[in-house]
Write a protein that binds this ligand. Structure first.
Ligand code: SF4
Length: 976
């Protein structure tokens, strides 16, 4: 609606009201009802003060965009800054954001409760007593930075690069800190990914080179979600709105979820399969499509690497597509509906119905799996691999309504400085046992340190809480309290957490309205970038003031990380002698530190196609445009990149291998979009892979070794996993074959839609909505065990037990129990959040550890009167402490599902009790380690891992080589 049409409507409404003899109030927006404030009026937006009701008191706001930091979706927010007080009053959605389109989940607006949290950390703190004793003193930023920088400098000068480690939970940025680590020359990146999504990633990466799906939900015909994605998945708010749009247009929704989640309630077909059996069901669907010739033959012929499969595995056959189709039918014929029904416990008719629906999708099949079944099970990476098999069969790959790879729907601008790859390999994070791991073996760090594989001199945790989030948290406490293993622990966090108690420094970092970052995520078939910014800084600059340090506008001494890392790096190499300082130096002001304005101005001006022109049309610089709008759409539709022809300039002195992979001597053209791509190996003469020949044309193809979609993964076959090289079914560690008669699976992975793993304990609105995590148990199981809702239950794991309350429900599959991991926060004394953290005793004798509860939460007086209105006392139970580590031998993912025994609590048990034996935890670690197939006995080429696989902070290529003589005699370059 144009402004003129709006004012016509307002005038008509006014006349209508006045005809009735009433007084017309045009609404504070002056345009009557509007979904969103039009951006032309963001400098001076008028709204009624809801607290003044029934008086009509108007408040004037400046609206400043930023980006939510409360999950990975990076939705746009608008901060409403009161023009009188210059304080943020609330956050709502940013209609200018192409991914979230003005919409948010509850956690977005709840940002204001984190900003105003009376318990937040506002000043840098230094440990005063022993680690974990809870004694802190305030310390100046300069003192903390000099101490930390000095230690890092010494480690670098003494060639102890691998003793510097940065362990990140939610990155919330696109590679800034990885580049800082590269500037230091350390291979020190550690992430949460192996307790999150590595199994999901592996299934996609072995197929297409890229490790995430990007379904085009809005335009699809059939959707398959292996998760509660609609309410809690990756990018769920941007996806949820598009899923619902598709449903309104008649698309069918199929949901695999053992629980009746909110997502399952929206499904047309809800499959409550036995956990770990999902791949068996998906293979039965695939088999139906294959045996009935319902798949897209042309797509399979052109784009699967069937030539390579036949050459490697069936050289008895002529390499023809007809022969491959015959083999394909043989390979999958045993995955019948009856087989899948026996594995999953679903009815044959249910699986058959779903198969028939999927067969109607054509190229409009949008599928998604990220955590959930993939993250829960050993071999769970075959869940995403078999799910993508359905897309690959239907040709629903990078098609309208199909599933794209993430990298084509993501844009990361080129930064002002690009440090080289580190000249080192860190075996504490990338151990030889897991050559195909998708990410760092982060959750095994305590065991590696205790085994003497190395030490960490400076350990940063950043928005990460391994004591609480990871399995086996007591083993983390054992190493965090041992200064011989971890020399200095620096916790970078906006809010208290269980790991920060065991730090030497706790440094206060900003929430989403208090820091800079850029983002881009695969929310749909497009490319966009979002800008997170300190909103008060942006507003002051809009008002003509100059702000050079974000601490000038943030509460207390809260800083932003960009400026923190730049400053720390400068102090590590104050005179530039180490060659580090150059990567945080200004180009405009030689000899001075880079400013965040220069950093982002460079990226937006030089590396975002279309942004400079759009900004100039409005009389703005690209940086000012982003400060004003908060997001920019780089491309509206990206399409099937794999099928685009390779430009002629890219084809110089080309060579084609026997399967059609084309290599060129043309130099790689620079791209403004530096989203991480896999790097398939060059050929023996140094040509780089550039495309693949399909029916006589050289097309771009995929960043896999073959250039095609890899139905057959030669990488898996050659690196020790030939039995898993095709999309197949691997029995989970909680398969009934592996459980004792009195054990049942515990699903511990599900999220509560209104909480964040470890950062929402201080968000009062969210705490009020959800604050406990009872054990879901089916009525038939409860009856067998003599349990009623509210009864105390003892849940026995492999290494200990926890005591929780039962919730008897029909909304879960019989024989399975579930407990959300989002609850059970705790503090050891007064320090910590008081809205959602129980106060506990930490008991410890030898390897025996326990938590017992001293108290739940209660009302308290603070700067926020609402804390006197806290009515809940129960804050749930911390179950992850009682889980041993389960590294998947291929992907490295911690396989979360637990085999547990459930019984009524003992008379002496109390709610929230936790007991663990860390000697048992070590035994379990060793047992799982034995499943691994290490590089030094399985590498076909004497390297630590295949070079082409994605890896954060990739070291220089020569460091991929295993140190001599670790690879077996006769195995080496060229011997494969
Ligand atoms: S989905 Fe919710 S928590 Fe996540 S970024 Fe969007 S508004 Fe924030």
């Amino acid at each position: 609606m144009t402004p003129r049409e709006l004012s016509d409507r307002v005038r008509a409404a006014k006349e209508d009201v006045e005809r009735r003899g009433e007084t017309f109030y045009p609404g504070p927006s002056r345009i009557h009802l509007a979904s969103f404030p039009p951006k032309e009026r963001w400098d001076d937006w008028v709204e009624l003060d809801s607290r003044a009701w029934p008086e009509r008191v108007e408040r004037r706001y400046s609206l400043v965009p930023t980006t939510c930091f409360n999950c990975e979706s990076a939705c746009g927010l608008l901060a409403y800054v009161d023009k009188e007080t210059l304080q943020v009053r609330k956050f709502e959605g940013n209609p200018e954001h192409p991914g979230s389109r003005g919409r948010n989940c509850a956690k977005g607006p709840a940002t204001i409760t984190q900003v105003t949290d009376p318990d937040r950390i506002l000043v840098p703190l230094k440990r005063a007593g022993g680690r974990g004793e809870g004694k802190w003193v305030e310390v100046g930023w300069d003192e903390a930075l000099d101490d930390i920088a000095g230690r890092i400098r010494r480690a670098i000068q003494e060639d102890r690069h691998n003793e510097v480690m940065y362990h990140v939970g939610r990155p919330g940025e696109d590679g800034f800190t990885e580049r800082i680590l590269a500037a230091w020359g350390v291979d020190g990146h550690n992430s949460h990914t192996n307790v999150c999504s590595s199994n999901g990633r592996a299934g996609y990466q072995f197929w297409m080179g890229y490790d995430r799906p990007s379904p085009d939900f809005a335009n699809t015909k059939v959707m398959v979600l292996v998760s509660a994605h609609l309410e809690t998945g990756h990018y769920f708010n941007p996806h949820a709105q598009r899923i619902i749009e598709a449903k309104k247009n008649g698309a069918r929704l199929i949901v695999f979820d053992t629980r009746l989640s909110n997502t399952a309630t929206h499904a047309d077909h809800w499959l409550a399969s036995y956990p770990g059996s999902e791949a068996a069901v998906l293979l039965a669907v695939a088999n139906y499509l294959i045996q009935h010739d319902l798949y897209n033959r042309e797509f399979v012929r052109q784009w699967w690497n069937w030539h390579e499969y036949l050459a490697c595995e069936r050289d008895d056959l002529e390499p023809s597509f007809d022969n491959f189709e015959r083999v394909l039918k043989e390979l999958y014929r045993d995955y019948t509906f009856e087989f899948a029904a026996a594995e999953s416990g679903l009815d044959v008719s249910v699986i058959e119905d779903v198969a028939r629906v999927i067969a109607t999708a054509g190229t409009r099949l949008a599928t998604h799996n990220w955590r959930s079944a993939a993250a829960g099970n050993e071999g769970g990476w075959q869940v995403s691999r078999t799910l993508f098999l359905l897309n690959a069969l239907m040709g629903a790959v990078a098609s309208e309504g199909g599933t794209f790879p993430n990298a084509w729907n993501k844009f990361v601008p080129r930064p002002i400085h690009t440090p080289p790859h580190p000249n080192t390999w860190n075996e504490l994070t990338w151990p030889v046992e897991y050559p195909l791991a998708m990410n760092e073996l982060s959750f095994l760090l305590p065991h590696f340190l205790k085994e003497g594989r190395g030490r960490v001199d400076v350990y940063f945790t950043r928005v990460y809480n391994p004591v609480w989030t990871n399995p086996d948290g007591f083993s983390w406490i054992e190493v965090l309290t041992n200064p011989d293993l971890i020399g200095l622990h620096v916790a970078l966090t906006p809010t208290w957490n269980e790991t920060a108690y065991f730090a030497d420094y706790v440094l206060p970092m900003g929430h989403s309205s208090e820091r800079h970052d850029t983002h881009s995520y695969e929310t749909h078939d497009a490319q966009w970038i979002g800008f997170r910014q300190p909103v008060l800084r942006a507003l002051r600059e809009r008002m003509g003031e100059r702000v050079t340090d974000t601490r000038e506008v943030n509460p207390g001494e809260v800083w932003e990380e960009n400026e923190f890392w730049i400053d720390l790096t400068w102090r590590i190499d104050p005179d530039g002698a180490l060659g580090i300082r150059q990567f945080v130096a200004s180009k405009q002001r030689p000899g001075e530190k880079l400013s965040v304005d220069e950093y982002y101005a460079y990226a937006f001006e030089h590396s975002v196609p279309g942004l400079p022109e759009r900004a100039a049309a409005l009389g703005l610089s690209p940086l000012d445009y982003m400060r004003r709008h908060g997001a920019f759409e780089v491309e509206r539709r990206v399409g099937p990149v794999y099928a685009y022809e390779v430009p002629r300039d890219d084809l110089q002195d080309i060579r084609e291998d026997q399967f059609g992979r084309v290599y060129t001597r043309a130099p790689k053209p620079p791209s403004p979009n530096i989203v991480p791509h896999p790097s398939p190996e060059p050929d023996a003469e140094g040509r780089r892979p550039v495309g693949v020949t399909v029916d006589g044309k050289i097309l771009r193809g995929w960043p896999t070794p073959s250039g095609r979609l890899e139905f057959y993964s030669r990488t898996l076959a050659e690196w020790g996993w030939p039995e898993a090289a095709l999309p197949t079914y691997l029995k989970s560690h909680i398969h009934p074959d592996h459980l004792a008669a009195d054990q049942m699976p515990l699903i511990s992975t599900f999220r509560l839609p209104v909480h964040i793993h470890t950062r929402s304990a201080n968000a009062k609105w969210l705490d009020e909505i959800a604050h406990t995590n009872p054990l879901w148990i089916h009525a038939s199981d409860a009856s067998r065990l003599g349990l009623s809702t509210g009864d105390l239950v003892r849940v026995e794991t492999e290494i200990g037990h926890f005591v929780v309350k039962a919730w008897v429900t029909e909304g879960i599959r019989p024989g399975v129990v579930a407990c959300s991991h989002h609850m059970g926060r705790w503090k050891l004394g007064e320090t910590g959040q008081r809205q959602l953290m129980a106060t506990v005793n930490l008991d410890h004798r030898g390897a025996s550890w326990g938590l017992t509860r001293r108290g739940g939460v209660e009302p308290f007086a603070s700067s926020d009167p609402d804390t006197l209105r806290i009515w809940w006392t129960d804050v749930g139970v911390h179950q992850n402490l009682t889980f041993s580590v389960h590294p998947d031998p291929v992907s490295g993912q911690h396989c979360w599902h637990q085999a547990v025994r459930i019984r009524k609590a003992d008379p002496g048990d109390a709610y929230g009790d936790i007991a663990v034996d860390t000697d048992l935890a070590r035994d379990m670690y060793r047992r799982w380690l034995e499943k691994a197939r290490p590089a030094d006995t399985h590498s076909p080429e004497g390297t630590r891992r295949p070079f082409w696989l994605l890896r954060p902070l990739k070291p220089a290529k020569e460091h991929f080589r295993l140190p001599e003589p670790r690879h077996p005699a006769g195995v080496g370059p060229g011997s494969s």
